[in-house]
Design a protein around this ligand. Structure first.
Ligand SMILES: [Zn+2]
Length: 158
């Protein structure tokens, strides 16, 4: 992570008067205190470095998890958008077809005049009521069949 992540040894350096003593001298109180302090501080520094590295590692993991989730959400979002576009196109096509066939029904209804525009309560509407068209056609077919059979039988009888 950072440039100084290696553990550097902090060397204890004795004071001039202790340095001047020959062999392995008994250190003065100041040097003993300094040596002890350096030990404690080195340990603390190493502990903090370790914690910093662990935290850094956790942060990297957290960032990786977050980036992965962002990518997933983006992918889900794109999938939803594609699905939505598809449904929009389906709805558009459905609407077009519906209008096309409805126009045919209305055209057939117009052949019946006001009968195709009359509501249940007897009032005549401005436009053809699609619901009226089928019964009118059914009735017309029944009538024409009756006429057809009537004339055919009339001809036979004669
Ligand atoms: Zn000393």
């Amino acid at each position: 992570m950072s440039a100084d992540s290696g553990n550097q040894q902090i060397d204890f350096v004795a004071c001039d008067s202790c340095k001047a003593k020959p062999g392995s001298p008994i250190l003065c109180k100041g040097c003993l205190d300094n040596r002890a302090s350096i030990g404690v501080l080195s340990q603390a520094r190493d502990k903090f470095k370790k914690e910093r590295d662990e935290l850094g590692h956790e942060m990297l993991e957290l960032i990786a998890v977050t980036e992965k989730r962002i990518a997933e959400v983006q992918s889900e979002n794109e999938s939803i958008q594609r699905s939505r576009d598809c449904w929009e196109e389906t709805a558009r096509q459905h609407c077009k077809n519906e209008q096309f066939y409805r126009d045919i029904v209305v055209k057939i209804g117009m052949l019946f005049g006001d009968a195709a525009k009359t509501s249940d309560d007897g009032t005549i509407q401005e436009d053809v009521l699609a619901l009226n068209v089928y019964p009118l056609v059914e009735e017309l077919v029944a009538k024409s069949l009756t006429i057809h059979y009537y004339f055919r039988n009339e001809l036979k009888w004669k």
